[in-house]
Write a protein that binds this ligand. Sequence first.
Ligand code: DUC
Ligand code: ZN
Ligand code: ZN
Length: 457
Amino acid sequence: MMSAELLFKNGKVVTAESTYKADVAVAGGKIVEIGANLKAGAATEVVDCRGKLVLPGAIDAHTHLAMPFGGTVSTDDYEAGTRSAACGGTTTVFDFILQDTGEPFPDAIRRRDKLAAEQAVVDYSFHLAVKDVSGGLLGTMEEAVEMGVPSFKVFMVYDFGVTDGVFYQVLEHSKKIGALIAVHAENNEMVNFLSAKHLAEGNTSAWYHYMSRPEFVEGEADIRAIQWAKSLNAPLYIVHLANEQGALAVTAARDEGYPIFAETCPHYLHFTSDVYKRKDGINFVCSPPIKGKASQNALWEALKRGDIQTVATDHCPFLKSEKKWGAKDFTKIPNGCAGIENMYPYMLSEANRGRISFNKAVEVCSTNVARIFGCDHVKGAVEIGRDADIVVYDPKKRFTITNKAMHGDTDHVIFEGAELKGYPVATYSRGNLVYRDGKFLGSKGAGKFVKCRRIKL
Ligand code: DUC
Ligand code: ZN
Ligand code: ZN
């Protein structure tokens, strides 16, 4: 064995498949050996992991950092967002780049990478949100794939959403170039109609955000998106799946053998639409909105069955003062919530309470994400040869989520007051300590771009 710089001793390693006692040795930022009774050299730093779990860092497949949206810019930039991520055990984030109209995709990557490279404290990669494929721009997708960004997202809603025709065209093209298309699925016409109707009737509170985008508005769009992907046998990844009808449609398509994948988020697993009746209901406004109990149950079941493969945050925080813009008109509330620091601790806590296994939490928060988005050669598991993105987790530690204890730049978290069983005590990014016992210890600009490979699903 090459001399280890770092040795995680006496912990229990958790992978997507198994849990076992072993030491983990790290050199040059990589995991170089895993086994019993590994010896430390004179210069090896030993991390005592007795009674702890040794986990791969989470990979957040869905963030919106410093994103212009809803009349403002999301609160966390690449520095604050990745700092918060690190303190919640997330060691890689996939951020969405919103293409400018007329902008070639490689230019969009370069534009955002300038910011991320300078600011990120943990590793990052991107998905490209497609606005415009006219005038030869479709052809620039391939260069983006070659640059290491093989995943693209289309929105079926918002002013930057695409037409059905563009969605289909992009799906068709993705097969030729080894890309994966992700979709934000909601029926735009229905959202616009129902929003206008509720406002005209004087129904202006956050509850009517949910009533304008109820279960079927998302479910119908999921079914339509799946239908098109099936017709092309193109892989499709549904982001932030939040409803039962969609979960059943994904399950049916997968049972038929189609490469359809789905992600959900902790807020859909933890809360129900009742939050929109709360006094602070505006703070929970995101799209798709949080749905009813039947949908929540369906998401957990699909996750357990493997029909939902990933959990991500859709981290898109706004300040309370910005959320208040919509206190008297739900359509003026910037859509999005913070979550980047809560995802892994929440899923691991649910595992610790017995709802899922720790292996499942690792699978959906890390291993599957790396595999689906083409970075499993370096990320997503405690395995020899992969980056030493490691979380030391104490299953006995109790933790209450408060905004005060978070490390981002926002002023509230929707999980305020949630009690977790177990919490990460340390996070390492490529072998460098970035978080320990409540304190951020990383540095701005240390995060590196993760070059993803062509998608093979
Ligand atoms: N939904 C949100 O709630 N925020 C960001 C973008 C999105 O689709
Ligand atoms: Zn979305
Ligand atoms: Zn999103």
